[in-house]
Design a protein around this ligand. Structure first.
Ligand code: NAD
Ligand code: DAU
Length: 337
């Protein structure tokens, strides 16, 4: 049985990955190391918490001693590093924790992987490292890295550190760069869950700037299927873009959510733009499609409906989140609206 250190497995994408793998595979043992920041939630893992091929460790990837202890104890075959501070707006409010978790944390994992030896290190990165596109063109793996926010800069730094471990030490590192994900368990600071929940609560929907920024949407399970394929077939030292070619203007996503929930467009409120707001992201995923045989399986119309349904059916999940600390964060970012 191959053993995988999955970091950040209590967050949105990581918990969907853990649930997906444990449901579909019985040849992999997952050790989930997660600090349980505001974004980490063990409720996401209720269905698998007692699974025989699963173990949860609460801890920080920047903790050298803990990481060393885990490598010694488990002799991991693979590392998949999902753990990160992931929200652009929070990185604008304060960048230090982004540097610590995303850059220092990745470095601690790389060093331990080098000391103990592993078969593959998958660094979960983002299309945001490429910066911003104009009205045309797509990000490819050879697009120069040119990040604009403290979040994307910290992700780019960790990508470069990971690639340097391949070039310098021959550590079998692979990088994935995915576009915007949506699906169950996404923390309601991100566009889609925030707009669903505010609509349900009859609150204003804060749209930044002119609402015409474009993001390229992929369903979280398609992302995780790609991660699974890259883990097993990805070539060391390579970068793989992941995306489903589903570009949408923000305002159109917001209007779509309102219409599915039969709520009035009057709830939309245009607010001050995000500083340094990237205008457009769009991914060319032909490399992973041609070389590794992955392709997106989820159709946007169905998957967004299912996602909205999930938030309707799981009010307890998000009602437990949007209290306390979340309210403070919300007020800092959006004021009293
Ligand atoms: P998330 O914020 O929902 O979850 C992050 C998880 O990492 C949380 O469980 C948190 O507790 C954990 N974590 C944070 N710092 C940690 C630390 N120092 N030690 C251990 N655990 C720590 O994020 P997400 O949206 O699930 O994103 C997961 C990864 O995918 C990130 O690396 C992100 O950059 C990348 N990514 C996200 C998207 C997206 O659309 N959400 C797209 C492409 C790439
Ligand atoms: O592209 C991949 C990235 O996608 C990931 O690396 C990040 O972890 C993830 O957070 C996401 O980044 P974005 O900044 O694109 O996602 P967010 O959901 O924060 O915003 C999506 C778009 O919606 C963006 O153009 C900003 C806009 N927006 C967002 C919020 C929260 C609004 O207009 N209003 C809002 O309140």
């Amino acid at each position: 049985m191959k053993k995988i250190l999955v970091t950040g497995g209590a967050g949105f994408i990581g918990s969907n990955f853990v649930n997906y793998i444990l449901t579909n595979r019985d040849d992999l043992f997952l050790v989930n190391l997660d600090k349980l920041t505001y974004a980490g939630n063990l409720e996401n893992l209720k269905e698998v918490e007692n699974h025989k091929n699963y173990s949860f460790i609460k801890g920080d990837i920047t903790n050298n001693e803990l990481v060393d202890y885990l490598f010694k104890k488990y002799s991991f075959n693979y590392v998949i590093n999902f753990a990160a501070e992931s929200h652009v707006d929070r990185s604008i409010l304060g960048s230090e924790v982004f540097f610590r978790s995303n850059v220092v944390g990745t470095n601690v994992l790389l060093e331990a992987s080098r000391r103990y030896g592993i078969e593959k290190f998958v660094q979960i990165s983002t299309d945001e490292v490429y910066g911003s596109l104009g009205p045309t063109g797509l990000f490819t793996e050879t697009t120069p890295v040119s990040p604009n926010s403290p979040y994307s800069s910290s992700k780019a730094a960790s990508d470069l550190m990971a690639l340097s471990f391949f070039h310098t030490f021959g550590l079998p590192v692979v990088i994935t760069r995915c576009s915007n994900n949506y699906g169950p368990f996404q923390f309601p600071e991100k566009l889609i869950p925030l707009m669903i929940i505010n609509s349900l609560n009859g609150k204003k929907l804060p749209v930044y700037g002119d609402g015409l920024n474009v993001r390229d949407w992929v369903y979280v399970i398609d992302h995780n299927r790609a991660v699974e394929i890259v883990l097993e077939q990805g070539k060391a030292g390579e970068v793989y873009n992941i995306g489903a070619s589903r570009e949408m203007k923000n305002i159109n996503i917001v209007k779509l959510i309102l219409s599915k929930l039969t709520k009035p467009e009057g709830l939309i409120e245009y607010v001050k733009d995000r500083p340094g707001h990237d205008r457009r992201y769009a991914i060319d995923s032909s490399k992973i499609q041609n070389e590794l045989g992955w392709k997106p399986e989820f159709d946007f119309e169905n998957a967004i409906n299912e996602t909205i349904e999930w938030y309707l059916k799981n009010k307890n999940w998000w009602q437990g989140i949007i209290t306390g600390e979340y309210q403070k964060y919300y007020k800092t970012l959006y004021g009293d609206r």
